[in-house]
Write a protein that binds this ligand. Structure first.
Ligand code: AKG
Length: 227
């Protein structure tokens, strides 16, 4: 894409700035039976051609970095590459590191509008993950950091050929409360929403998968508190 263009070429092909699209949702965790945890997925959130273009452009447009993280007193560098973008002045602290937002790129701004149209919610920050293949992963965790506005959901877009399993399981202290673990495949162009009490009762992960040889990009849109 020409970097001087304000919007990506595929904006006209999407429906940004038009009325919300009629997104079809599949309920994964039902709040009525999961203590208020609300997880759902739209598998056809993005048309194939748009998902493919966004994957190609975001692979180059995002400033990917392999960040050191600290967990349980240990420091390590995950195989996954990450980046943070958002509104001016926003930041997000997790695993011992504070990520200050870079300004929205054209494709990330486009994607934010599509996600806001589909969910009816607003987002001011996105954490980006690049998994080159199934060796890269993210371990079980919940997104319950203090920086997040607790009433806002997390909206997670998957792009690229390296489709991955997404595992949800009840936290240890709720393991005997009848809550069930589940795993689903995140296809390219899908939008997963984690809302309600999901982060209170469940952890989630993208486990290693030796047979996956293709890359995947994940964008998790969040609403962070303004400092
Ligand atoms: O890659 C994914 O689908 C999940 C990413 C994730 O859990 C996170 O960024 O907190």
């Amino acid at each position: 894409m020409d970097p001087k263009r304000r919007t990506p070429d595929h904006e006209e092909e999407g429906n940004a700035d038009k009325k919300p699209r009629a997104t079809t949702w599949e309920q994964i965790l039902d709040p009525a039976t999961s203590r208020g945890a609300d997880v759902k997925i739209s598998r056809d959130f993005l048309a194939r051609i748009i998902a493919d273009k966004c994957f190609d452009e975001l692979s180059k447009e995002i400033f990917w970095q392999q960040e050191e993280i600290r967990m349980m007193g240990k420091t390590f560098t995950p195989k996954r590459e990450t980046a943070a973008y958002g509104d001016e002045g926003t930041s997000y602290t997790y695993s011992g590191s504070k990520r200050r937002a870079n300004p929205w790129t054209p494709n990330l701004a486009f994607m934010r509008r599509e996600v806001e149209n589909a969910t009816g919610q607003t987002f001011n920050f996105v954490l980006c993950n690049l998994y080159h293949n199934g060796e890269a992963s993210i371990g079980h965790h919940s997104d319950d950091e203090r920086d997040l506005n607790p009433e806002s959901c997390i909206a997670s877009v998957s792009l690229g050929p390296g489709e991955r399993d997404f595992a949800l399981k009840p936290k240890k202290k709720h393991a005997n409360s009848g809550l069930l673990s589940t795993t689903l495949l995140l296809n390219s162009g899908s939008l997963l929403i984690m809302g309600g009490t999901t982060q209170t009762y469940f952890t989630h992960a993208v486990p290693k998968r030796a047979k996956v040889t293709q890359p995947r990009i994940n964008l998790t849109f969040r609403n962070v508190k303004i400092q």
